[in-house]
Design a protein around this ligand. Sequence first.
Ligand SMILES: *Cc1c(COP(=O)(O)O)cnc(C)c1O
Length: 363
Amino acid sequence: MIPMLDLKVQYESLKAEIDEAIRTIVDSTQFILGPEVTAFEKEMAAYLGVKFAIGVSSGTSALEIGLLAASVQKGDEVITTPFTFIATSEAAMNIGAKPVFVDIDPKTFNINPELIEKKITRKTKALLPVHLYGYPAEMDQIMNIAKKHNLIVLEDCAQALGGKYKGKRVGSIGDTAALSFFPSKNLGCFGDGGMVVTSNEAIAEKAKMLRQHGSKKRYIHEIDGYNARLDSIQAAILRVKLRHLDEWNEKRHEVASYFNKLLSEKGITVPILDNSEMQHSCNYYTIRVKHRDKMQEKLKEKGIASMIYYPISLHLQKVYEGLGYKKGDFPESEKAQDEVLSLPIYPELTRHQIEEIVRVLTE
Ligand SMILES: *Cc1c(COP(=O)(O)O)cnc(C)c1O
C-alpha cells in the first residue's frame, strides 16, 4: 500500500515537540488568536520576505479576505485559471465578484499570461494566478499586465508554499497572497487554517479587521467582516512544522526528480521541476498520460494511490453554468483534465517505493 501522502510518519518524527506545543495552549486556555498566532505570523512573514501575515481560518477564507482587503468589490471581474481547485473562483463568487477564466499554458498548467489581456474589461479589478501543483506562475508577465492596467494581483499559494520565482518566494510577488494549511499542503496543520500575506499596510490592516468581525477594537465594528481566525493550537503546531518546511520541500524535490528521471526514460511526459529561475514546491507530482484511466486502475490494483487534480475544468462545472462558458472554450485546460495523473509524493517516500510505482505504471 502506498498512499498519496503519509501524515503519520511526519507526525511521529515530531511527536514530542508537537504534543508539547498543543499542551502549552491547552494549559494556557488562550485558544483564540493570542501570542502563538502573532509569533507564527511574524515567522511566516520573515520566511516569505513580506511585511505582514494575517492568520485566518482556511485557504479559502484567505482568498476571500485577500480579495476584499485588496478592495475587490461586488460586480468586479477577477481573472483566473479554470484549471485549479474550486476554492480559487469560489472566493471571487462569495464576495459577489465574477471569475473570468483564461486558458492555461500546457507546459506548466498555470494561467497563460499571453491570453490575459484579451479578457480585461472596464470591470476587471484583479488577477488571481494559481501556482498549480507548486510550480510558480509566470509572475513577471502577470505583474507587468497588472501594472499596465492598474489591477491588483493576488497569488493563490495554497499548493506552492516554499517555492521560488526568480529568487523570491512565491507569495511575496503580488500585492497579496493566500496560503492554506490544509493537512495535505506542504505545511499542513491539524485541521483547517490559512493566511493572508502582503507587504501593503492598508491591505494588512483591512485583512486583520475582516477576519475578526470587521473590528480593530473589540465591539467597535468599522466594516462587515467574518469570524475567520486561525486557532492558537493550529498556530502552535505550524510553528513547530515551519522549521522543517525547507528540509521537507527538498526531500519532495528529490522524490520528484527521481520520478522524473525514471518516467522520462520510459517516454512519459513529466512535469517541469525547475529551471534556473523557478523552484517547484512539489506539493503534487503530476504527469500527463494518454490512457490515464487504465493506468489509474492498474495502480489501484497494486494498492498504489493516485489522484486526478482536476477532472473537470471549472468552466464546465454545473455550479458555473450561469457564467455562460461551454465545452471548447479552454482547449488546453480541457486536454489537461483528461490527461493528468498525480502520483504519491511526500518527503518520506522511499526510492524503493518510487521504483515500484514506476514499475507498475509502465508495465
Ligand atoms: C487547497 C487549495 C485552496 C483552499 O484551501 P483550504 O485551506 O482548503 O480552504 C485554494 N486554492 C488551491 C489551489 C488549493 O489547492
